[in-house]
Every structure is written in structure tokens, then in C-alpha cells.
Design a protein around this ligand. Sequence first.
Ligand SMILES: [Zn+2]
Length: 73
Amino acid sequence: MIELAPHTAVMIYLGLTLLTMLAIWLSHHFRQRKKGVVIPQQKLATCEYCGQLYLTAIEQKVSKCPTCASYNE
Ligand SMILES: [Zn+2]
């Protein structure tokens, strides 16, 4: 049987708890990194004539309003 002083047992308990929390944090951190960055393909545009909000492609300079069919820059 291994004999431990009470303060040594507390230190071992705290050390193991901190190591477990560090391992969980590290695994979560590296799992989040693998997901990468999502680049949006669309932007939110507002019609200059009727005020309608709609989605349009980012690279598209002129878009057509789906409500009033006006062209917006
Ligand atoms: Zn419109």
C-alpha cells in the first residue's frame, strides 16, 4: 500500500483535474480549427426603389429586385 500525506493527495487530485480540463480544452480547440473559414457567397442587398431586402451574389455589381423588378447597383 502506498502511503500519501493528505496534502499530497489533494495536490495529485488537483493536478489530475487540471490536466483533464487542459486535455478537453486542447481537443476542442484543435477540432474547431479543422472546420476552417466559411466564405459567404451571397450578400444582403436593399432595393433603392421599394426598400425590399434580398440576397444577391457578392461578385454581381447590378442585381434585380425580386419584388419590383428594378435594377440596383
Ligand atoms: Zn424593389
